[in-house]
Design a protein around this ligand. Structure first.
Ligand code: SER
Length: 324
């Protein structure tokens, strides 16, 4: 299959390109930035510059590549988006519109949209239900969340109106052996990275912070399974998916199983903490389980066992790359 990725240089692209190439697909990776050194493993896949805020360039590229399937990953995440809401609006809102229009005009039949737990926020009537189901009133508190809600609605609209089969998942915070960029859930990954490289981490979140998290191999598999699911089986456009929802200090305890000397402290950053506190504590993903057989493989400790050696290799490789 001919597959195109936007935002391929990010944390999801890093793992998704590898899985798609390994499955024998022809992959065109696009990003504003050149291929990062961390993506050298995907050097077989084409890498093209693309700014999704540029409608004409997006349309021309989609027309030229004519992909069968698009994974739209380009986005400014929640914490960075609060520093520059206009940039988040341009990339996430206008960019998604441009990608949908480019799909429509180039006759792309299927588009995968990556939404997020950031679409949720506390309703005026009280806290979010725990677990939070797919269909609750959406009250996002960040520009990132606002644009993801709009993207979800556009996705359903284009499916119905223009037959661009757009479907997506609401990702929990994703954890992998790749540096994240500008997310509020990044504390969880830094508990691993800094435990390996510095022997501990001073988290920007409270010790009792609890949000839905997922290990990237499960996240990538969810994208692939949803992308390949029969349309007839899908009862909705966008699905909650869940894996585990530990408190920050439970992540610390899991890391300490692998690195007993690691020390963790908590110095909550008010801005990022308030974003984290606005998100669900856990998600109800029963519709995804029912419609397309979604099931996570990794729990917290299984992730820790797999991730710690990978983080070690990533840091060694980074050190090698930076000295050459
Ligand atoms: N991980 C993202 C963030 O923190 C949420 O989708 O912004």
């Amino acid at each position: 299959m001919k597959i195109l990725l936007t935002g391929a240089g990010g944390q999801i692209g890093h793992d998704l390109i590898g899985s798609l190439s390994a499955a024998g697909h022809s992959v065109t990776s696009t990003d504003l930035a050149p291929r990062p050194p961390s993506h050298a493993h995907a050097s077989g896949a084409a890498w093209l510059g693309l700014d999704v805020t540029d409608a004409a360039a997006t349309e021309a590229l989609f027309e030229k590549v004519k992909p069968d399937l698009v994974f739209h990953l380009a986005a400014i995440l929640s914490a960075r988006g609060e520093k520059d809401p206009k940039l988040a609006y341009d990339v996430n809102q206008t960019g998604t519109w441009n990608v949908l229009e480019a799909c429509r005009k180039a006759g792309v039949s299927r588009l995968i949209f990556t939404s997020s737990i950031a679409v949720f926020g506390p309703p005026p009537s009280g806290p979010l239900p725990d677990p939070t189901p797919d269909d609750v009133a959406l009250h996002p508190t960040t520009m990132y969340g606002v644009t993801k809600v709009a993207g979800e609605l556009l996705c359903a609209y284009y499916t119905k109106k223009f037959n661009v089969d757009c479907r997506g998942v609401r990702f929990p915070g994703l954890i992998s052996a790749a540096m994240p960029g500008g997310g509020s859930s990044d504390y969880a990954l830094f508990m691993y990275v800094d435990a390996v490289r510095k022997g501990g981490y001073d988290a920007f979140a409270r010790n009792d912070t609890r949000i839905p998290l997922m290990y990237m191999p499960d996240g990538v598999r969810a994208l692939l399974e949803l992308a390949m699911a029969d349309r007839e089986r899908l009862t909705r456009s966008i699905y909650n998916i869940a894996a585990f929802s530990p408190r920050a200090d439970e992540i610390a305890a899991s890391v300490q199983r692998a690195i007993p000397e690691a020390k963790f402290t908590y110095s909550p950053d008010p801005r990022r903490q308030s974003i984290l506190d606005s998100w669900p504590k856990s998600l109800d993903d029963s519709a995804a389980r029912r419609d397309w057989g979604w099931k996570p493989k990794y729990d917290l400790d299984a992730m820790t066992d797999d991730l710690v050696p990978r983080v070690r290799r990533m840091l060694e490789l980074g050190a090698i790359l930076s000295t050459h």
